[in-house]
Every structure is written in C-alpha cells, then in structure tokens.
Design a protein around this ligand. Structure first.
Ligand code: PAP
Length: 335
C-alpha cells in the first residue's frame, strides 16, 4: 500500500540512521488517518492536523528531522492555490533584481518560479535538489505548527500569502481536474470537491486552520512573519511590493524608484507577462512521480472573484459561514 516509499527519490543520507528513519516514516504513514475520496488525485494522509499527499508528507518528515534554517533564509509559506507562484516570482525578482531586470540574464525567462524557488518539503531532500545556487529563498505549504523547529527558532524570515477561501477552492478544483490527466475536459465533481474542501480534507487543509496558524504567529512575531493577502497584492501591487522588498532586506532606493525598478518587477511578475513566457507555457513540473503538472497549469486566470463563475449562492453562503465562524475574533477577514 505504501509503494511510493519504494520509488522514493528522497535522499536519506544525511539522517543518522537512514534505515531506521525510513522505517519510522513508513510506520507514520501506515497509521495516519487516510482519505481516499480525491480519487482523481492522490490519497491524502493526516499528519499534525493537516492533510498531505504522500510525497509531501515524506518530505515533511525529512525536513522536520534534518532542515537547518539559516538566519538569512527567507521562506515563502502558503496553502496551495493562494498565490504561491506569484509570490515566488516577485520575491525572487526583488532579491535578484540586477539579474532579473536584464533580459539577457533574467532567470525568470529560463526557469519557472517553482524552479527558481524550491519547496522545502519536496525539492530540498531529493537526490538532485534544485535549490538555486546560494539563494536564501525557499517555499513551503506546511502549516505553521509543522515547520521544522529550526525555522521557528532561527532568525530566518517568513512571508505568508493567503486568499479568499472561495477563490482558493475554485482554483484547487480546476487544478485537480487538470492534474488528473490527459483526459480531455475531465473535471473532478464540483460538489464532491466542495464537500471535501469544506470538511478540511483538501491538500494542506483545513485551509482556514492553515491561515489562522500563520495569522496568529504573524501577530506574535511581526518582525519574523509578513502576512499578505492575494487580494491586497492585486489591488495595491506597488505598495505591497515595496513592503515585501523592505521586509526581505532589499528595499528599493530612491534612484531605483526613479528608474522604474518597482514597475518593471510588477510588470515582469504580472500574470499577463508570466503566463505568456515560453518557459511557463511549455514543459512540466513533477510534483511527485505519479503526478506531473504542465507548467501552464499554474497560470489559469489570476483573478479575484472567479468563484462567481463556479459556485452557487448556497455554496458561497456555506464557505462564507465557515470563514466567519473560524476567523471570528481573530481580527482577520476576507471582505
Ligand atoms: P501552487 O500552490 O500550486 O503553487 P498557486 O501559485 O498558489 O499554486 O496558485 C495558483 C493561482 O495563482 C492560480 O489562480 P486561478 O486558478 O484562480 O487562476 C493562478 O492563475 C494564480 N497566479 C499564478 N501566477 C500569478 C500571477 N503572476 N499573478 C496573479 N495570479 C497568479
């Protein structure tokens, strides 16, 4: 049943006792609550209160055991479908702006944002890690409480992005349909996906718990965690881009502003631009061995409020009700 462990591409060499560590992981996965309802995608396993695909879970366990954050690291945190690709591109461009603003050298023209900023729980412990040389940037879909201890204890910084749960659900539903395969036009049943999402049994769900974990941590550690909303970033991109640059320690100088560096990065990382780049239109990204996603699937519409095209009034009310109930008293809203 745990066949994925046999075809694991993770590198256990850094563990003190690799065989024992593998055994321990198999046992965790054997005994973890399992949800097989996402028949089009992969079984999900519950670990530390959140649902994971087996590959992400295996990588999570390795990261928790081995990852040593450096004070200079910057980790982009998010639940899936909340704007991760965009945040990766923006932060990468801010931190490597001399390269990114030069068309003859710009890495974002040659590699997808996911290749430029690898995932802590999948890419770093692969046999061929794709961490960009010397880059302090990493990303993760882990919940705040599941982050490796060194991330919380060190002086590294976290940037979290979240999004209206209705748009997250719709984006996820389309994504699952696309990943499912080459069956033209296949879409996982909307009602079933909706039910699973509302129950919290979605990738890295419950979504609301994911958001709340980082929200509360950002209130407690404002210098360590920058909390962003996709909708704010869309509405006031320039303002939040400047804030992001300052937070990661690469503020724009007056002369850079005069020369239009902020606008250029906004334009470079815009949905319109990224989605038409050859590197993002072609090729694929292997999330795990059985699931390979075409790069273009990370760029669907990039709009706020697309849920209106998919959800019934009843569905809207149900998600809004959960959001209201879960976030009540937290100070966070998605209005
Ligand atoms: P991931 O967690 O699988 O990496 P993520 O990037 O978080 O996915 O989310 C994808 C969403 O971001 C898509 O939203 P949609 O389905 O509602 O369209 C995608 O279109 C959107 N997106 C990707 N790039 C950008 C961008 N540059 N600007 C705005 N939105 C973007």
């Amino acid at each position: 049943m745990n066949a994925f462990l046999h075809e694991s591409s993770f590198n256990y060499e850094r563990c003190c006792d690799p065989e024992n560590t593998k055994k321990k992981f198999k046992e965790i996965i054997r005994t973890a609550p399992r949800n097989s309802d996402w028949t089009a995608f992969t079984d999900l396993f519950q670990y530390e209160g959140f649902w994971h695909s087996p590959r992400f879970l295996e990588g999570t366990l390795l990261a928790q055991e081995l990852f040593q954050a450096r004070p200079c690291d910057i980790i982009l945190c998010s639940a899936p479908k909340t704007g991760t690709t965009w945040l990766k591109a923006l932060t990468f461009a801010i931190m490597n702006r001399a390269l990114c603003l030069d068309d003859s050298k710009n890495p974002l023209l040659l590699a997808t944002p996911h290749e430029c900023v690898p995932y802590l729980e999948v890419d770093i412990f692969q046999n061929k890690p794709n961490r960009y040389p010397d880059s302090p940037l990493l990303a993760t879909h882990l919940s705040f409480d599941s982050l490796p201890n060194s991330v919380v204890d060190s002086d590294c910084k976290l940037v979290y992005i979240c999004r209206d749960p209705k748009d997250v659900f719709v984006s996820l539903w389309h994504f699952i349909g696309n990943v499912r395969a080459k069956e033209e036009g296949y879409l996982f049943p909307l009602e079933k996906a909706f039910e699973l999402f509302c129950q919290g049994a979605s990738l890295n769900g419950p979504y609301w718990d994911h958001v709340l974990g980082y929200w509360k941590a950002s209130l407690e550690f404002p210098k360590k965690i920058l909390f962003l909303k996709y909708e704010d970033l869309k509405r006031e991109t320039e303002f939040y881009l400047e804030r992001l640059a300052e937070f990661v320690g690469h503020p724009f100088s007056a002369s850079e502003r005069r020369e239009g560096a902020v606008e250029k990065i906004m334009q470079l990382c815009s949905f319109q631009n990224l989605s038409k780049l050859e590197v993002n239109k072609t090729g694929e990204y292997a999330i795990f061995s059985s699931v390979v996603v075409e790069n273009s699937k990370y760029f669907r519409k990039g709009e706020v409020g697309d849920w209106k095209n998919c959800l019934t009034g009843e569905m809207k009310d149900r998600i809004d009700g959960i959001t209201e109930e879960k976030l009540r008293g937290s100070g966070l809203t998605f209005d």
